[in-house]
Design a protein around this ligand. Structure first.
Ligand code: PLP
Length: 451
């Protein structure tokens, strides 16, 4: 592994994509499903070390996306590689749904210590974010004996059929799949930069009041009686929808509503969890509000496929055979997750807070410099920059966002869009301030060249 300290800047030595990358892209077009929502720029990854990513032609990029908020400990961290390879040499698989091994209770116990749920918990193991969400949906239906769910416009919870019923961040996700499998009603997300009624600039108190009123005075009195609602599914920081943090007052109000009506508060921490926001979970930012069910994936395994759903022990009351997965909770994936959590607790959560603040300050300076940067928002190292035509109109500027994304790539910085016209920053949590300086310089230059 190359030491990250020796490499201070991206190295772009071919046209992009380079000749080897172009061959791989051509083969991909021939043999791989066209359904992946890849951005305009084409990155062909070959190797990763720390915050650096090398492509098939030897170009080196500064990675501020981390494989979409997954490689929390950076690429191929030596301690993660060792945990994975040591485990692979001992036991790769023995199907925890039928047999026992020490790894499942070990991770379950660790999660019991850290998840924002009151009292004892139990954990179900799967392989992805969508599967963790499927678990939460089935569990909430089973436990409450109810069938309806409330989800948010702009939300993303995965593309399997149950999770897709919740997902609503882009038209392409549902187009062609017609009737959804679950009974889900969507409500506006409390976005103070764009009030849902008329897009106006608003504030936390107003959007909280208006969305809560929508639930209690419209939904509950018309289409969605609360006694039929199994769960409300919330991303505390909406991810794919534009890196939008929910106000604390709103999160508290949802908890109150769930308490009053016996509804499960399901918190999807797939993108926002595992230290990314500068606390272990995004919900930890909200004055001690606790969930009934928490979904985790992405950053928990440093790149190994693992998705988990942790719930209050007395909610996870389903019968033997009700829900299980052959590969879920694979010993190698769990070994990586345990080491990841150890590293998060050992300093990376704190680093996400500190370096996140530094990055946010830098992005705010750019917002002051450019009229086209309408909003900078987020928590820790989960930051969104929304591009607009100008600050006065706040009209989303999709074309500019796409140009900036491409200009960053051409200069060796990997960032990715989300929402309508936002760029998300979701770097590895090992990012240092020196990396931020380089990233901001490139971002600044990319914006200037794209206006
Ligand atoms: C909040 C959230 N939930 C669920 C998912 C689905 O995860 P996966 O792609 O691992 O199925 C995602 C993926 O982006 C996500 O951001």
């Amino acid at each position: 592994m190359q030491p990250t300290t020796e490499l201070q800047r991206p190295i772009i030595k071919t046209e992009l994509p380079g000749p080897k990358a172009r061959e791989i892209i051509a083969a991909d077009a021939q043999y791989v499903t066209p359904s992946y929502p890849r951005p305009d720029y084409k990155l062909v990854a070959e190797k990763g070390y720390g915050v650096w990513l090398e492509d098939a032609d030897g170009n080196v990029f500064l990675d501020c996306n981390a494989g979409v908020a997954v490689c929390s400990t950076g690429h191929c961290h030596p301690e993660i590689v060792k945990a994975i390879s040591d485990q692979a040499a001992e036991l790769i698989h023995m199907c925890g749904t039928d047999f026992y091994y020490r790894h499942m209770p070990a991770l379950g116990k660790k999660l019991d210590e850290i998840v924002p749920i009151d009292g004892p918990t139990k954990t179900h193991f799967a392989n992805s974010g969508a599967e963790a969400v499927e678990t939460a949906l089935k569990l909430a239906m089973y436990h409450t004996r109810r069938q309806k769910f409330i989800s948010f416009f702009g939300s993303f919870h995965g593309r399997t059929l149950g999770a897709l019923s919740l997902t609503s961040s882009k038209k392409a996700q549902r187009l062609g799949f017609m009737r959804q499998s679950l009974d889900v009603v969507h409500i506006p997300y409390p976005n103070k930069y764009r009030h849902f009624a008329d897009d106006r600039l608003s504030d936390e108190a107003t959007v909280t009041r208006d969305v809560i009123s929508w639930i209690e005075n419209r939904l509950f009195k018309t289409t969605t009686p609360p006694e039929e609602v199994a769960g409300i599914v919330l991303e505390v920081v909406q991810g794919e929808g534009g890196y939008l943090p929910a106000p604390t007052a709103f999160v508290k109000e949802l908890r109150r509503i769930c308490n009053e009506h016996g509804i499960m508060l399901i918190i999807d921490e797939v993108q926002s969890g595992m230290g990314r926001t500068g606390r272990m979970f995004a919900l930890d930012h909200h004055d001690g509000v606790k969930a009934d069910i928490v979904c985790m994936a992405k950053g928990i395994g440093s790149g190994m496929p693992i998705g988990v759903c942790t719930a209050k022990a007395d909610i996870m009351d389903w019968h033997k055979g009700a829900h299980a997965s052959t590969f879920g909770g694979n010993p190698v994936a769990i070994a990586s997750a345990l080491k990841t959590i150890e590293m998060l607790q050992g300093g990376l959560v704190e680093n996400a807070r500190e370096v996140g603040e530094y990055l946010e300050n830098g992005l705010r300076k750019l917002a002051g410099k450019y009229d086209v940067v309408g909003d900078v928002r987020g928590l820790g190292l989960m930051l969104g920059v929304e591009f607009v035509t100008d600050k006065a109109s706040r009209k989303p500027n999709v074309a500019l966002r796409d140009r900036v994304e491409m200009a960053c790539f051409n200069r060796g910085l990997i960032i990715l869009g989300c929402g309508t016209s936002t760029i998300r920053w979701s770097p590895p949590l090992i990012l240092a301030k020196e990396h931020v300086d380089v990233a901001l310089e490139i971002f600044d230059d990319a914006i200037a060249a794209s206006i």
